[in-house]
Design a protein around this ligand. Structure first.
Ligand SMILES: C[S@@+](CC[C@H](N)C(=O)[O-])C[C@H]1O[C@@H](n2cnc3c(N)ncnc32)[C@H](O)[C@@H]1O
Length: 230
């Protein structure tokens, strides 16, 4: 039985609140997806304007067990430079920044999570959450479209989280791949559930030129665990 990860009182209280907010939105989301599915108008390959509008105020946070797993991997890698594609209200970012805080606390030096989000209201909420958590110094939140904001993330990158609308997963990884150090890990969410929408992502990951090796871990929806080899 897993014991829930404790990241410190202000962060744990904040996460409980954010996950409660996330849960309170799930009924509306289910009903929206059901309606769109009945209309046969749901396409995860393109994510139309209507869908983007509906999701513009939703947390769509990474599941807690997956976020805790990311924390563990970042501790194991002693990650100092982390990139996150898809920040929303900053739930997953809090786990990643706490890992950087703890890695730096254990061995000294500096570390950063380069995060990005293009919805202004989510950026505002995320910044407030980072301040409340006391993790501001470990996060550089870049506001805007990741195709611009992740053009230069510095390096070497130890860990990347791809938790973004599916059409943006490959562009995000493509921008960061050349910065991944050997042994770096890239996690991507729901790769089993939305396998068809990730076709182009898998084409990139499985291209030998990119020196990546991948497996889908059996978390709900599938969690892609990709390692830079060489
Ligand atoms: C699944 S949510 C991220 C959830 C977050 N990782 C968490 O655990 O709370 C994906 C986010 O990516 C953002 N997004 C989608 N397309 C984007 C783009 N082109 N550039 C930047 N952010 C984008 C969405 O606004 C949304 O908030």
């Amino acid at each position: 039985m897993n014991k829930q990860l404790n990241l410190g009182p202000p962060i744990d209280e904040l996460l409980d609140r954010l996950y409660a907010q996330h849960a309170s939105q799930s009924e509306a989301m289910e009903s929206y997806y059901t309606t769109r599915a009945k209309e046969s108008s749901l396409d995860w390959n393109t994510m139309d304007a209507r869908m983007n509008e509906f999701l513009s105020d939703k947390l769509v946070a990474l599941d807690r067990n997956k976020a805790e797993f990311c924390y563990q991997v970042c501790r194991s890698l002693r990650a100092r430079r982390i990139v996150e594609a898809g920040t929303s209200f900053g739930v997953s970012t809090l786990f990643l920044a706490a890992a950087v805080r703890d890695n730096v606390g254990a061995a000294g030096g500096k570390g950063i999570v380069v995060a990005t989000e293009h919805e202004p209201n989510k950026v505002k909420a995320a910044r407030a959450n980072f301040a409340e958590a006391g993790l501001v110094q470990f996060i550089e939140l870049r506001e805007g479209d990741l195709r611009q904001t992740l053009a230069d993330v510095g390096g070497p990158v130890d860990f990347m989280l791809v938790d973004i609308w599916t059409p943006m997963a490959r562009p995000a990884l493509e921008l960061v791949a050349h910065r991944l150090r050997e042994g770096a890990v890239v996690i991507c969410d729901n790769t089993e559930q939305f396998r068809y929408a990730y076709n182009d992502y898998f084409a990139f990951v499985n291209d030998p030129a990119n020196k990546l090796r991948t497996m889908t871990l059996p978390f709900e929806g599938g969690l892609e665990f990709t390692v830079r080899c060489g």
